[in-house]
Design a protein around this ligand. Structure first.
Ligand SMILES: [Zn+2]
Ligand SMILES: [Zn+2]
Length: 143
């Protein structure tokens, strides 16, 4: 995770991107959020401080941060992309009912070695793990 906005500004500058107020508040909104928001959630939050920001700017900024490896897109069972500024190794539990996403951490990051005899030809540069279940609130509700 980029700890401070100064560090984020440094990374953007180094890669040749302008450091704009909007990019900074988008990143900050994601960094401060622990519930893996969607682009729209972030938009609804940042437009309270910047009413002229557009949803398109939020989408483009998130895509840029993702390409720079500053944030990750959480793969969920659903079509809406959800984002996470925490780049440390961790997995997610997804509630299949309300789509809430929670971080889970392992004592040791698990390894899932592939069968070397399978020739897939891919260059693998990441993997994601998510558990699926039902959150405590949804368990209390009647079906
Ligand atoms: Zn739930
Ligand atoms: Zn996470």
């Amino acid at each position: 995770m980029v700890d401070t906005l100064e560090t984020l500004a440094g990374v953007l500058k180094e890669k040749g991107f302008n450091v704009t107020h909007q990019r900074l508040i988008i990143y900050r909104a994601l960094m401060e959020s622990k519930d893996h928001p969607s682009a729209e959630d972030i938009y609804n939050q940042v437009r309270q401080t910047d009413p002229i920001i557009s949803l398109g700017t939020v989408y483009k900024s998130l895509e840029m941060f993702e390409n720079l490896g500053l944030i990750q897109r959480v793969n969920t069972l659903y079509h809406t992309a959800r984002y996470d500024a925490d780049m440390s190794p961790h997995g997610h539990i997804v509630c299949r009912k309300c789509e809430r996403i929670m971080d889970v951490f392992w004592k040791e990051p698990p390894e899932f070695p592939l069968n070397k005899s399978q020739k897939h030809g891919y260059r693998i540069d990441g993997m994601s793990i998510h558990y699926v279940g039902m959150c405590p609130e949804c368990q209390k509700k009647k079906p």
